[in-house]
Design a protein around this ligand. Structure first.
Ligand code: GDP
Length: 365
């Protein structure tokens, strides 16, 4: 399941955001297979298509797809040297798929800024430098081990070493590992290196309530201007304070509160959507009498991989996927009718799953 780690300097609004996520989220007893961890908040990925599908099909249950947010407290300058909570911080962050980096883009004389003034571009550099240093240390250890193996003629080690040298050069230059150019066949290798700065980043721009309708101010603009254009960094404006207030309201009062602020949806929903987009994921559905359910798979996945999200047997014994796209299905209204009209396609192993596909997997194990 998808995990996004929340990082940022102290007093930028991480806890407020995380509290909003847990208050809005799914109680952990709904995840019997996960250990209860106070540092993890789990939220639904909102998807009106699932609601509609569930209604049309009249299934008993509706099961959305989820994202876990992990509160990674304790980043201070010097974290890479293992100061304070540093090491625990670093081991948590290695396990996440993406990073949500909260940047303070609001002024408030009552809230101390650890670095003395509001400057999200500098804050971003402070945090990123720590991550780069931590990666540099781990890549140097890896390089040492690989060099010995490569000398003794191990082909695998030689190939990995070539990548490690390139990663090292980028890190030594103070830049994140996500900027390393990799061949498609090196992608898995890079992933195995578990580098912090290879993960995609979503900058959560924490703005004052009054800046919410536009979603921008001079600080957010400075951050935008400083970002790379590689698609592995995105931004989303939120107000942590507003989100934590929203989380305490009844759903009925929420709409009114949002309207009063001049915004259409709450920041958490946008945050989830942006995390999804950042990771290049898509949603497909399964639907029947028992349940209508949303599933997540990476963009570019073929039908068997999607089947594997449900059960590894489905992938191993994959025969075909009976498929119809949500948009087409909505016009027809029932699976029975879609079947009668011959609108359900039979797709094989090479089929590229599309966002919004409704799929029924045929398998044999
Ligand atoms: P953390 O240290 O990054 O976890 O930050 P917190 O969430 O604890 O927030 C630090 C302080 O900033 C708290 O007093 C919050 O109420 C305040 N704060 C958080 N977000 C906002 C905001 O959008 N506007 C203002 N004015 N204060 C905020």
């Amino acid at each position: 399941m998808l995990r996004v780690g929340i990082v940022g300097l102290p007093n930028v609004g991480k806890s407020s955001l995380f509290n909003a996520l847990t208050a809005a989220g799914v109680p952990s007893e709904n995840f019997p297979f996960c250990t209860v961890d106070p540092n993890v908040g789990t939220v639904e990925v909102p998807d009106p298509r699932l609601d509609h599908l569930h209604e049309l099909v009249g299934s008993k249950r509706k099961v959305p797809t989820f994202i876990h947010f992990v509160d990674i407290a304790g980043l201070v300058a010097g974290a890479s040297q293992g100061e304070g909570l540093g090491n625990r911080f670093l081991s948590h962050i290695r396990e996440v798929d993406a990073i949500a980096h909260v940047l303070r883009c609001f002024e408030d004389p009552n809230v101390t800024h650890v670095a003395g003034s509001v400057d999200p571009v500098r804050d971003r550099d402070i945090v990123e430098t720590e991550l780069v240093l931590a990666d540099l240390e781990s890549i140097e250890r890896r390089r040492e081990r690989l060099t010995k193996k490569a000398r003794s003629g191990e082909k695998e080690a030689q190939r990995e070493l070539a990548l490690v040298e390139r990663v090292h050069a980028v890190l030594a230059d103070g830049r994140p590992a996500r900027l390393v150019e990799v061949e498609p066949e090196e992608r898995t290798l890079l992933k195995q290196l578990q580098l912090l700065t290879a993960k995609p980043v979503l900058y959560v721009l924490n703005v004052a309530e009054g800046d919410l309708p536009q979603g921008r101010n001079r600080w957010t603009e400075a951050v935008e201007a400083a970002l790379g254009s590689d698609g592995l960094e995105r931004t989303v404006p939120v107000s942590s304070r507003v989100e934590s207030e929203l989380a305490d309201l009844d759903p009925a009062d929420r709409a009114e509160f949002l309207e009063g602020l001049g915004i259409e949806e709450r920041g958490l929903d946008r945050l989830v959507r942006e995390a999804y987009a950042l990771l290049d994921l898509l949603t497909f559905f399964t639907s029947g009498e028992q349940e209508s359910r949303a599933w997540t798979v990476r963009r570019g996945a073929k039908a068997p991989e999607a089947a594997g999200q449900i059960h590894s047997d489905f992938e191993r014994g994959f025969i075909r996927a009976e498929t119809i796209h949500y948009d087409e299905f909505v016009g027809i209204g029932s699976m029975k009718k879609a079947r009668e009209e011959g609108r359900i396609r039979s797709e094989g192993k090479e089929y590229l799953v599309q966002d919004g596909d409704i799929m029924l997997f045929r398998f044999n194990v």
